[in-house]
Each structure stands twice: as structure tokens, then as C-alpha cells.
Design a protein. Structure first.
Length: 240
């Protein structure tokens, strides 16, 4: 018996692989539907745009162990709800990293809970489906259909997607570039933080700000100010 809350009629066999074909999945096979619900980002596998197939629901959410449900919000709205809660890894910050690597089209979005890469839009939709590259990989059947499957080692069911392998290879590589850039930045910050932490612990001033940090709004203001100053000081022709 498969570990999923989907109707088991949704599971097909393509090229000998048990899978869910998300491009041909009848909505009636998804048993759980919500007006709104918090996505479990740490377990998210995919956000699938189904706006072309349903007037009421816009997104199919697929989480680990194939916990699937429908939401009314679009995939873009769901991602924006998450990134607006971020202190550092906002969409603006993610876009800034993408700028450095000249990723100008169909940009991945990295936040503290997931690394999302977009599939190409389907059925004239304005919204993308998204894969969480933190948890999944992809493979090609290598048989007659040469189907592309998304999978995670924890599950026995695969997800069939209509996408070119070359496109997925490029997007997974872009996500890795952005992740490595973030890790490099964090490594540099950690070196500084160790010295600062020692300084704070040696500070005899029992200031609550030293114990509890600073408000989120102030931290965001600092990041924005620093980013502007850093950008301006690295321009050859600086202008006020």
C-alpha cells in the first residue's frame, strides 16, 4: 500500500515506474482541499500550478510522503507569503544573488526553508510550478517515452513532469550556485560573529539589547543600508 493521502487511482505506471503524472492528474483524486493553510516548507516537494484545471483552486501542494492538498492561492502568492516573513532571505535578496550569476530568466528563489526552482509555464498560465531542490532530484526513464521524473529517496512514488532534462539540469545548477554563494557569505559572517560574540560576553554592561538582539525592523534596515553602501562603494563612478 502506498504512503499517500491521494486516491490511489492517481498512481500510474509509466516505463515500469510508479508515479503521479501531475500534468494529467484529475483534481477529483486529491482528497484534501483548503481555502488557506500553512505549507510545511521543510517537507515541501512541489507547488504545482493547476489554475488552468480548476476555477476554485490554483495550487496543488505535494509534501513528503505524498501528502497532497489543494489551495486557492496561486503558487506565486504562496511563495510571497513565505518570503515576506523572511528577515534576510527575501525575494529581493534572492534576486540580488541571481543578478551576480546573470540568471535573468525564470529565477530560482531561495529562502530559509526551501530552495525553489521554477518549471516552465503551461497552458498559457501566468504562474509557474516550483520544485524544492533541497529535497528532490530528477531522473530520466531511459525507455521509449524518455519521461522525466522527480523523486526523493524517502518515497516509493515518483512525480512525472513534462520538462526538458536540459532545462532541469540548468535550473538545479543555478540553485547550487546561489546556495554556494550564500554559504560563502555565511562562512565569512561566522568568522566575524565568533569574535563579536566573545566581545559581547566580556562586556560588563548588562544591556538587554546585548542579551536579546535587535528588533527585526532594525535588522532589515541595517541590511538595506549596508547593501546600498556596499554597492555604491564598489562602483567606479559613484554618485550620491
Amino acid at each position: 500500500m502506498y504512503n499517500t493521502n491521494l486516491n490511489h487511482a492517481a498512481i500510474k505506471q509509466i516505463d515500469g515506474i510508479d508515479c503521479i503524472d501531475i500534468d494529467n492528474l484529475p483534481i477529483k483524486y486529491v482528497n484534501h482541499k483548503f481555502k488557506s493553510r500553512n505549507v510545511n516548507w521543510s517537507k515541501l516537494l512541489m507547488l504545482v500550478d493547476i489554475s488552468h484545471a480548476s476555477k476554485k483552486y490554483a495550487t496543488l501542494v505535494i509534501e513528503k510522503h505524498f501528502t497532497c492538498y489543494l489551495l486557492r492561492d496561486s503558487t506565486d502568492a504562496i511563495i510571497n507569503q513565505r518570503t515576506t516573513k523572511e528577515c534576510l532571505l527575501t525575494k529581493v535578496f534572492s534576486d540580488s544573488i541571481a543578478d551576480v550569476f546573470n540568471i535573468s530568466n525564470k529565477r530560482p528563489i531561495i529562502h530559509s526553508k526551501a530552495s525553489l526552482l521554477p518549471l516552465q509555464t503551461r497552458n498559457h498560465s501566468r504562474h509557474h510550478s516550483w520544485i524544492n531542490a533541497n529535497l528532490v532530484d530528477y531522473s530520466i526513464s531511459g525507455r521509449q517515452s524518455n519521461s522525466v521524473f522527480i523523486y526523493t529517496p524517502d518515497d516509493t512514488i515518483y512525480i512525472k513532469v513534462s520538462e526538458r532534462p536540459s532545462y532541469l539540469k540548468k535550473k538545479f545548477a543555478e540553485v547550487q550556485q546561489m546556495q554556494l554563494a550564500l554559504l560563502g557569505m555565511l562562512s565569512s559572517l561566522n568568522i566575524c560573529c565568533r569574535e563579536i560574540s566573545q566581545s559581547v560576553s566580556n562586556n560588563p554592561n548588562d544591556n538587554p539589547a546585548c542579551r536579546y538582539g535587535i528588533p527585526k525592523e532594525k535588522l532589515q534596515q541595517f541590511i538595506l543600508t549596508f547593501a546600498k553602501k556596499f554597492y555604491l562603494t564598489n562602483q567606479e563612478n559613484k554618485k550620491d
